[in-house]
Design a protein around this ligand. Sequence first.
Ligand code: ATP
Ligand code: MG
Length: 291
Amino acid sequence: MDYRKRFFVRPGTQLSLAAIDPAFAGEHTSSSSALAEIQRNVARMDELQALLYADGNQSLLVVLQALDAAGKDGVVRHLFTGMNPQGTSVFGFKQPSAEEAAHDFLWRAHQRTPARGQVVVFNRSHYEDVLVVRVHDLVPKVVWSKRYALIKDFETMLVQNGTRILKFFLHISPEEQLARFKQRLEDPARNWKISEADYSERELWPEYVAAYEEALSRTSSKSAPWYVIPANHKWFRNLAISQIIADTMAGMGLKLPPTRVNLQEVTAKYHAAAEAQNQRAGKAPKDCGKT
Ligand code: ATP
Ligand code: MG
C-alpha cells in the first residue's frame, strides 16, 4: 500500500480526524509481520541520507506533531538512529524562551531549518503557534488566524530553496493515550515522562482536534504535505512514516557529486604509491633488525 497516497491530507478538503481510525494497520496484523519492512525502509533512509549529504544540493525537514504520548520520541528513536549524526539533527520545540517570544513566531523555527545536505526533524514545531497557542488563547484570534498563511509562505520559501518538507500528525485515540499514561505510572523507567500538564491537556482533547483539523487542512500542499498517521500501533506508525520518508527521498533525484579529479592520473599516482609501499615493506625487516 502506498501510504503517501493513503494518509495525505488533500489540499482544499476539510479534514475530519474522527473519520480516520487510529488503530488502522493495513494488511498487517502484528508487529512481527511489519518488522522486516520497517527495517528495509530504515536501511533505505540511511542510504539515502548519505546520498543527500554527498549530493549537497537539497535538504529534508520532517515535522512531527501530536498530542501527548502519541509517540513523537519513539519515531525519532526508531527511525532516525541509523542516520549519520554528521548530517542529521533533531530539535524539540518547548515553550518559547524570553528571547524567542520577543521575536516573530517563525524566528526560532527558521534558525533550525536544514542546511543543504542535512536532515532535520522538528519534534513539535512552528505549528504549536496555531495549536497550543490557539487552544489556550495565548494570543488573540486575530493574531493566530493569520498564521496559516504565514506558515504556508514560510514553507514555500523553504521548498523553493531546496528543502523537502514532510509533516506527520501521529493520530492516537484517547483510550490509547490513557493506556500509555498508565504505563508511564507503572514503569519506573518511564516515570520521568509524566507531566501534570498531560492530564489538563487531555481535558482539552476536542479543542486540540479542532485546532489540528484546521491547521492540517489549511497548510497541507503537494510541496509541503501533511500525513495523518494512525498511531495506536507503534509498529504501524513506524512502518508508515518510514515508508513515506524513504519513498520521498528516493524521488528527490539525489546523485553523487561528479569526481573532482582526473581518475586516470590519480590511478597512476596510486600505483606509484603502492609500488613504493611494497618496496619499503620489503626493506622493513632489515631496518627493524638494525635499530
Ligand atoms: P513528551 O511527549 O515526551 O511529553 P513534549 O513535546 O510534550 O514531549 P514537553 O516538555 O512535555 O515536551 O512539552 C513541551 C510543551 O511546550 C508542550 O506542551 C508544547 O505545547 C509547548 N510549546 C511548544 N511550542 C510552544 C509555543 N510556541 N507556545 C506555547 N507553548 C509551546
Ligand atoms: Mg509533554
